[in-house]
Write a new protein. Structure first.
Length: 264
């Protein structure tokens, strides 16, 4: 999947000239390369794949390994590597408890994401725009006076237009609108995310439900909140959204019998 990118990156790091239209290596061709080359290709392919997924990674060790591999190529003018380095740093920041360290990692991530955007050229790079927006979202939480709303929306809209299969980007666009109090736009984004991939995350269902409640559509909102609470959580973000959904249901005085999951 990433063999074309990997081939260029490895070759560049070895000082070998390769044209931009380099042909992807097949497994048979790769087998003829030196052992060091094959190992680097394998490690980088894994790193690019792990940091290329639409959703968040659930393993700090995966993020650490991928980051350490990609750091070998941080000086290369390659948008795919640069935005994945930004992503790795954002996810490292998530697993870090120290606020000052979080801020340091996020500012470093911002630099890599900006590099990715500058390097995208004619072939636009959805990942660079998405993770630049995520970095700004995270920094906005730490920098109380900062307001990156317009820039966040701009880059998420760009990312969504470039990768129409990424429901998470559309969801994040909805969250940006929700936090700004633009509930109608938020609901539109959450509904569009569901069209891309139905019930892909409790987070989307929770925020959709919360937005509907804010818009005065209580009954519709309750249905989405119940769906969010009953959905399976795959990571820390989704666990938190399920908890928030339950808290809101309690606040709305919904009968627990309507949403609690009873064991067999």
């Amino acid at each position: 999947m990433f063999r074309r990118i990997v081939s260029r990156v490895i070759a560049a790091s070895a000082g070998v000239q390769m044209c931009a239209a380099a042909t992807a290596l097949t497994d048979k061709q790769l087998a003829k390369k030196p052992e060091w080359y094959r190992k680097d290709v394998a490690a980088l392919e894994v790193s690019l794949e792990r940091l290329g997924r639409h959703g968040f990674n659930t393993s700090p060790s995966y993020v650490k390994e991928a980051y350490e591999t990609l750091m070998k190529y941080e000086d290369l003018p390659n948008a795919e590597v640069q935005w994945r380095l930004a992503r790795a740093l954002v996810e490292k920041a998530f697993w870090t408890k120290d606020v000052h360290e979080q801020e340091r990692l996020l500012h470093q991530a911002k630099e890599y994401a900006q590099k990715g955007i500058k390097l995208e050229g004619e072939k636009r790079c959805a990942g660079a725009h998405k993770w630049y927006a995520i970095v700004l979202t995270k920094l906005q939480k730490l920098e109380k006076k900062a307001n990156y709303y317009e820039e966040i929306v701009k880059h998420l809209e760009t990312a969504a237009s470039l990768d129409k299969q990424d429901a998470y980007t559309v969801h994040l666009l909805g969250v940006a609108h929700y936090k700004q109090g633009n509930f109608a736009k938020a609901i539109e984004a959450f509904e569009n995310a569901e069209k891309v991939r139905e019930r892909f995350s409790p987070c989307n269902l929770y925020y959709m439900g919360a937005s509907l409640v804010e818009m005065g559509k209580k009954e519709e909102g309750i249905k989405k909140l119940i769906a969010a609470y009953r959905a399976h959580a795959h990571n820390e973000h989704e666990i938190k959204s399920r908890s928030r959904a339950r808290t809101m249901l309690l606040h709305l005085e919904v009968d627990p019998a309507e949403y609690e999951i009873h064991p067999y």
